[in-house]
Design a binder for this molecule. Structure first.
Ligand code: PLP
Length: 394
């Protein structure tokens, strides 16, 4: 069977190979004193809070499960709009919000609406692998630009300007980033936006970790800058609803009918049950619970990052949000005679029974030196993982 060039251009998700190996080994060591600790998974260990669960059950019981409008339930769009006002002080009218099946569908819609075959989209290296594949699926080309720790592993206006050519259509940023947990400084973001706008380009920003910030300098939405910015968001991370498949995007008003038309045809709508449930995310009790969990994520970061640094797994930039640690294992690898971060990840899995993600998926530049730890695991697990790693690396 002839497979389309489009499909062939999508690279394998190597993380899944590691995850598969980790689950096989987890079964083997499940009944030992050291069962596998999974620090390779980028999803909250919390689930939706009680009010959200009850709202989902109510929707099912009452049979309010028919298709919704392609743009989403009106009251949900309103609540998301209110969240922007109350939490971030930014007016984002509900009519500019389109509810989707997670950030993944939002990114697909944005890419399909805006990218022509052959267009180039600038992205930082390292970055979340699926984002460049959404660009490829729209027959564009993701151009990865190597970033450094002193740029917080984010693009800079100077680099965007230097990389821009006739084929460049815009930038796709993510702040805070997966795998680094670091955000773009607001001043740099403003400068990037100016460079892009001056060239008639588009600024797409994946803000899926918005709300999960630990530092006031960075916890803002790019939507404050300008109405032409396209922001992608989700109920997966701050709202702890990964498998519920719900997210949204905010687009300039003129783009809403285009996104609506694509969404009608490609998805009909996001899950109705999840949409009804998500209405309860914004109740005071749910928000209080989310904030308690955010404090827990911060406490985990404050324990885990210094512990990694102390054992030579250097995290060059303190994450200001999300739940990741992007750690340089190159010195440890040289010391132990391990080839690169891919082999290191397997050694850690075999020797310490701790599953981590090697850098390979996230880009090309320096990723063979890095592994990604997820701190979306209990403090007890993180403490045990640190003790095991310390013993392995001593
Ligand atoms: C940066 C980033 N964008 C998008 C996604 C996709 O999230 P979802 O489709 O669950 O909303 C993820 C998931 O890990 C992510 O880390």
């Amino acid at each position: 069977m002839k497979i389309s060039t489009r499909a062939q251009r999508i690279e394998p998700f190597y993380v899944m190979e590691v995850a598969k190996a980790a689950s096989t080994m987890a079964r083997e060591v499940a009944h030992t004193e050291r069962p596998m600790i999974f620090l390779n998974i980028g999803e909250p260990d919390f689930t939706a809070p009680p009010l959200v669960q009850e709202a989902a059950a109510r929707a099912i019981r009452n049979g309010t499960t028919q298709y919704t409008q392609a743009t989403g339930l009106e009251p949900l769009r309103e609540r998301i709009s209110d969240w922007y006002t109350q939490r971030f002080g930014v007016a984002v009218p509900a009519r500019r919000i389109v509810v989707t099946a997670g950030a993944s569908a939002a990114l697909q819609l944005a890419c399909l609406a805006l990218i022509e075959a052959g267009d180039e989209i600038l992205m930082p290296d390292p970055s979340y692998p699926c984002n460049r594949h959404f660009v490829s699926a729209a027959e564009g080309t993701a151009v990865l630009i190597p970033t450094s720790a002193n740029e917080r592993f984010q693009l800079s206006a100077d680099k965007v300007q230097a990389a821009w050519n006739d084929k460049t259509r815009g930038v796709l940023l993510a702040s805070p980033s997966n795998p680094t947990g670091t955000s773009i400084h607001p001043d740099e973001l403003r400068r990037i936006h100016e460079v892009v706008s001056a060239r008639g380009g588009i600024t797409l920003i994946d803000e899926i970790y918005l709300g999960l910030s630990f530092d006031d300098t960075f916890g803002h939405t790019a939507l404050a800058l300008n109405d032409d910015i396209i922001s992608i968001n989700s109920f997966s991370k701050y709202f702890n609803m990964t498998g519920w498949r719900l997210g949204w995007l905010v687009v300039p008003e003129a783009l809403v009918p285009v996104i609506e038309r694509l969404a009608q045809n490609l998805f009909i709508c996001a899950s109705t049950v999840s949409q009804h449930a998500a209405l309860a995310c914004f109740d005071a009790l749910s928000i209080a619970e989310y904030e308690r969990r955010r404090a827990e994520f911060k406490a985990r970061r404050d324990f885990f990052i210094p512990a990694l640094n102390a054992m030579g797994l250097n995290v060059p930039v303190m994450p200001d949000g999300a739940f990741y640690a992007w750690a340089d294992c190159s010195q440890i690898c040289s010391k132990l005679g391990i080839r690169d971060s891919w082999d290191f990840a397997f050694e850690v899995m075999k020797q310490a029974h701790v599953a981590v993600t090697p850098g390979r998926d996230f880009g090309n530049a320096d990723t063979h030196h890095f592994v990604r730890f997820s701190t979306a695991s209990s403090m007890q697990h993180l403490q045990d993982a640190v003790a095991r790693l310390r013993a392995m690396l001593a």
